[in-house]
Structure formats: C-alpha cells, structure tokens
Design a protein around this ligand. Structure first.
Ligand SMILES: Cc1ncc(C[n+]2csc(CCOP(=O)(O)OP(=O)(O)O)c2C)c(N)n1
Ligand SMILES: [Mg+2]
Length: 225
C-alpha cells in the first residue's frame, strides 16, 4: 500500500503541452501514486479552450488511460467546496489502496480578474460567462458554505475580506512609492547634471528646453503621486 502520495496541479490550457502528456503516461506506466489536479477555468490566458483542448474536455480525452494499469479519473466543480472535500478524500483513500495515479479534473474554476492583474477578462469573456463567474465565484461560494456550516459568521468573513483588501492595497502603495522614489532619485541626478551642462553652455537652447521638459515631468509625477 502506498504510504506516500504525490500531488501536482496544472491549468487546463497547460495540459496542451508535451510535458503534461509525458507525465500522465509515465505515471500510468510506473503506477506512481501521483494525483494530478487540472484547474479548468476554460481559458489559457485569454484563449478559450475550444482552441486548446480536443473536445474541450481533458478528462474525456484522457478516457483511454482510465482504469487498471492506468489512472483513475475524477471530475468535480471548483465552486463546490464540500463536493471537493468529498472527492479528494475518496480519491486519496482509493489511491492508497490501488497505488494508481489519479487525474482530478476540476471544472468551472472562476477568476477574479482574468489570467493576471495586468489583464481584464471583460475584454474576452461574454456577458453570460461574466455573470456565471459572479454567481459561482469560488471564494463567495466557499464563504457561503462556511457560514452555512457554522465555521464562520458573515461578520468574520467580511473582516477577513476587509483585512485582505487592506493588505493588498498597502502592498500596492508601498510598491508604487518604492518605484517612484527610485525614478525621482534618478531624475534629480539627471537634473543636477543637466543644470551644470546648461550653465556651461547657455548658448545651446536645446539643453534649456530639455531641462524645462524634465521639470514639467517632475511636476506631473508629483501631482500623480
Ligand atoms: C512552458 C511554458 N509554455 C508557455 C508559457 C506561456 N504561458 C503562460 S500562461 C499560459 C496559459 C496558461 O493557461 P492555463 O494553464 O489554463 O492557466 P490560466 O491562464 O487559466 O490560469 C501560457 C501558454 C509558459 N509560461 N510556460
Ligand atoms: Mg485556464
């Protein structure tokens, strides 16, 4: 019986890459107790899975690997927290008995903003999909479950959210200030050098224009700070 299991995770679109298939195949051949979770949000960055995954369904196309001497395939919904607890408890228990690898295809993962904070998923998701993500927001659903099962109160959830927001906002401001302070220091050095050159060559009007531009830029940055 396997005493140790191994867990790895990957996004749905990343399953298109060769290393995923090599891993799935090797885990099956070696009967390595590897639990592979695929977080399926239906997109690879902004590209929908109809351009990424055959049949738009990774667990379905992996069907040929299923069963004895292969791997066990489980499907769950990302927003269904109690369902996931059950799925993982059962699949892990089975893995300890069979020593078979498992693929856990977790569907309907929702995103807060898109692939990263530098993008905006409103650019590429339909209004219907955005409405679905609002309603089935995994964090919201988990909070609802915590309240319903008495793990936390609405107030406690609100406090956690407020604290998380403050932590993120403070960190963003610190990073912004750090960046701007570094730019301002460089600008000041440039200004000192430029003033010296202007004083040495008052006849070159382009230098004075450059100094004026730099001044304007500094004022604009200070206003935006
Ligand atoms: C080996 C490798 N190939 C390509 C990329 C470029 N890349 C970054 S994210 C991404 C798509 C990821 O999609 P998915 O796995 O579904 O994650 P999601 O964007 O949904 O979080 C790709 C192709 C990379 N980072 N590494
Ligand atoms: Mg994805």
């Amino acid at each position: 019986m396997a005493t140790r299991l191994f867990f790895c995770t990957i996004g749905d679109a990343s399953t298109s890459e060769g290393v995923f298939w090599e891993t799935v195949n090797a885990a099956g051949v070696l009967q390595a107790p590897l639990a592979i979770s695929v977080w399926d949000d239906g997109y690879g960055i902004s590209v929908p899975k109809k351009y990424q995954t055959t049949k738009e369904n990774i667990s379905q196309v992996l069907g040929g690997f299923a069963g004895e001497n292969g791997l066990d395939i489980y499907v769950g919904k990302a927003w269904d927290y109690p369902g996931l607890c059950k799925l993982y408890t059962e699949s892990v228990a089975a893995m300890r008995q069979t020593h078979r690898p498992a693929l856990l295809h977790i569907q309907e993962v929702t995103q807060q903003l898109g692939h990263s904070t530098s993008g905006d998923h409103r650019r590429y998701k339909s209004p219907e999909r955005l409405a679905f993500e609002e309603e089935f927001d995994c964090n919201k659903r988990m909070a609802d479950w915590m309240v319903a099962s008495g793990i936390a109160t609405e107030q406690e959830i609100a406090a956690v959210k407020a604290e998380a927001k403050k932590t993120a906002t403070d960190a963003a401001q610190r990073a912004f200030r750090h960046y701007h302070d570094a730019v301002a220091a460089q600008r000041q050095m440039l200004n000192i050098a430029l003033q010296a050159v202007c004083a040495a060559h008052p006849e070159v009007s382009a230098l004075a224009e450059l100094a004026a531009d730099l001044e304007k830029c500094a004022t604009r940055c200070a206003l935006n700070y």
